[in-house]
Ligand binder design. Structure first.
Ligand SMILES: [Zn+2]
Length: 224
């Protein structure tokens, strides 16, 4: 159901179909076509530090066989919660990294609203997550790679730019973008390799089975 896109023409584009993070496949995009909704400040070392933690959370998703997207919820300099994408394992279409971090953070703080918190996520949030982020009154979202297929921070739609919807959240995109995108690209590349290998193995088994049955069919008459 996923069509690996990866055209060489778009080397730096993000490849995931994140939101179907369960089975997403990469789709190429022209590099630089999507820009962060807002860039109030240059990316700080602080932003990169928390994004690296989100990248670690993404590796937890990869280890679980899920599309590697990770998120970290931060208040001040304190990490309140982390989350990683796991819709397949959870049988839950809403189990994106952001949702996992929001749920865990809200439980930790015992508050369904999280004002003053920042959410770092390795991939541009989708519309569902953008909605949850707004409901939680998150102060700031920082994301890594742009998502040309379902990104709701400017790549496909910009939910946060609608003043009727969003009164609380500022957004910065492209923090450690290439690293975050590379994690997704390597995941899908590996999956395509595995898929090709499986097809070759299946084809090989079939033909060798055919060969074997032919041999078996021939052998008795030759041996007798
Ligand atoms: Zn999402």
């Amino acid at each position: 159901m996923n069509t690996p896109a990866a055209t060489p023409a778009a080397p730096s584009s993000v490849t995931a179909d994140p939101q179907d993070r369960a089975n997403a496949a990469p789709d190429a995009v022209e590099p630089g076509t999507s820009t962060p909704s807002q860039l109030p400040d240059p990316v700080s070392e602080r932003d990169r530090r928390f994004m690296r933690l989100a990248q670690l959370a993404a590796e937890d998703a990869r280890a679980a066989g899920e599309v590697p997207v990770g998120a970290v919820l931060v208040r001040g300099d304190e990490v309140i919660a982390t989350g990683f994408n796991h819709p397949i394992g959870a049988h839950d279409p809403s189990a994106h990294a952001e949702m996992a971090a929001l749920r865990a953070g809200a439980l930790t703080l015992e508050n369904y609203r999280l004002p003053g918190c920042e959410l770092y996520v390795t991939l541009e949030p989708c519309l569902m997550c953008a909605g949850a982020i707004m409901h939680a009154r998150i102060a700031r979202v920082v994301y890594g790679a742009h998502d040309p297929k379902t990104g709701a921070c400017g790549s496909v739609v910009d939910a946060f730019a609608n003043a009727q919807l969003n009164h609380h959240t500022s957004v910065v995109g492209g923090v450690l973008e290439s690293e975050c995108g590379d994690a997704l690209r390597s995941f899908f590349a590996e999956r395509r390799r595995a898929s090709r290998a499986a097809r070759r193995a299946a084809a090989g088994e079939t033909s060798s089975a055919d060969d074997d049955s032919a041999s078996e069919g021939d052998t008795p008459s030759q041996s007798t």
